[in-house]
Design a protein around this ligand. Structure first.
Ligand SMILES: [Zn+2]
Length: 412
């Protein structure tokens, strides 16, 4: 598809260093005033000041962005968007002061999502997920990672990943599938933890790899979920199958997940609320991206947030994602996460915008494809109904994206 977006008052290109952005480069949005972008055959063919626009582009459909801001399409690099049903009742219990144990006793938590997933027909799960992805798209997200993890059995995990593939054919968005078989220990395995890990390693992973159902493998390394040694077994096996690695690390307690991520060379380590400065330095030295998920803190009603400022200060590249999930963060709004990362993570607005574009693309291994407006990359961009990019953080929680273009095509 061809499109010409003209005359943006601020064209936020995020162009520059091909490496993840840390330090000063995380504050440089590479803004072009009165900027235009040409997308041809789905790829960016030209970017620059409108007055330098080459002649002979008349065949392009034209979109006037006069007085508005244009950014790259946003990249949401951590979601659990594939799930069935609602846990609103559980949310109401939490609001009324119920403890996690009480909620579990009522059949809540991940096992509630696992039950609803198992009982729902494929079509319903796909329709519900597509609805969420469309909301994300309207708000500006054009690339989205989705994890499995509510299956808790080989058949349901494979089914989840196949359904993620089906949803990707229904939404004009780039979807990155991640296998997360080790999300929670199902109750029947409570007395045979090693047996469950054996099943993930010897049964699930080979079949996921055979069917090429996932680009990444993730694991919930946390007190109450999986230990460092269990997580290591899963991730090492996944690496043997050629998958990229991710880890949910040090969210609720300092459990060693960040160090493990650094040791194994993960592409990203996510959450990191309880990671120490030394943990984060090890992560930096390993070349990983730190993904912070401030919506989860909001959804849990917690006041603790990941130390975003410390990450930036030590030169660790930071990405921000929604963590969209049915338990503690049912929110499709990635721009809102930008606001939260600024207010509670201590990031500058520029650092936060780099966190949902370039650095998020790196967290998915897609930095050559998406995350900035540079010649050759996918024609994914957002025209925002604002005249200053800082409004994205400042004016929060509402619809500011006016037009979302994916691969040169309007998504609406
Ligand atoms: Zn998560």
């Amino acid at each position: 598809m061809n499109v010409l977006v003209r005359n943006a008052s601020m064209l936020i290109t995020c162009a520059g260093d091909s490496r993840p952005r840390a330090g000063a480069s995380a504050n440089d949005l590479a803004i072009i005033r009165q900027g235009s972008v040409v997308v041809r055959d789905g790829r960016i063919a030209w970017v620059g000041e409108d007055r330098h626009l080459p002649a002979g582009l008349a065949e392009c459909r034209e979109a006037d962005a006069g007085g508005m801001v244009v950014t790259p399409g946003l990249v949401d690099c951590h979601t659990h968007a594939l799930f069935a049903g609602s846990r609103a009742g559980e949310f109401a219990m939490r609001v009324a002061g119920a403890t996690y144990e009480q909620i579990m006793a009522e059949g809540g938590g991940i096992s509630a999502s696992a039950r609803m997933l198992r009982e729902a027909p494929d079509g319903d799960i796909v329709d519900q997920t597509v609805g969420r992805l469309r909301r994300m798209l309207r708000l500006g997200t054009t690339t989205c990672e989705i994890k499995s993890g509510y299956g808790l059995s080989t058949d349901q995990e494979l089914r989840s990943l196949r359904l993620i593939r089906q949803t990707s054919h229904r939404v004009p968005m780039s979807i990155v599938p991640t296998f997360m078989g080790a999300h929670a220990l199902p109750p029947p395995w409570r007395h045979d933890r090693a047996g469950f890990i054996d099943m993930v390693v010897h049964e699930m992973l080979p079949r996921v790899a055979d069917e090429k159902l996932a680009r990444f493998c993730d694991v919930f390394c946390e007190r109450g979920a999986f230990t460092v040694d269990e997580s290591r077994r899963v991730l090492e096996a996944a690496r043997g199958h050629g998958m990229g690695l991710k880890i949910h690390a040090d969210e609720l307690a300092g459990s060693g997940g960040t160090r493990l991520g650094a040791e194994l060379g993960v592409c990203s380590a996510d959450h990191l609320l309880r990671a120490t400065r030394e943990d984060l330095q090890a992560l930096r030295d390993s070349g990983a991206i730190a993904v912070i998920l401030p919506g989860t803190c909001l959804g849990l009603g917690k006041t603790a947030f990941a130390p975003g400022r410390m990450m930036v200060e030590i030169g660790l590249p930071v990405a921000i994602a929604s963590d969209l999930n049915p338990g503690n963060c049912y929110c499709e709004n990635l721009p809102l996460m930008v606001t939260l990362a600024c207010l509670y993570g201590g990031l500058s607005i520029e650092e936060a915008l780099i966190g949902v574009t370039v650095n998020a693309a790196h967290a998915l291994g897609l930095a050559r494809e998406v995350g900035s407006l540079e010649v050759g990359k996918r024609g994914d961009l957002v025209i925002w109904d604002i005249d200053d990019y800082r409004e994205i953080a400042y004016h929060f929680g509402v619809q500011l994206a006016r037009t979302v273009i994916v691969g040169g095509a309007h998504s609406d």
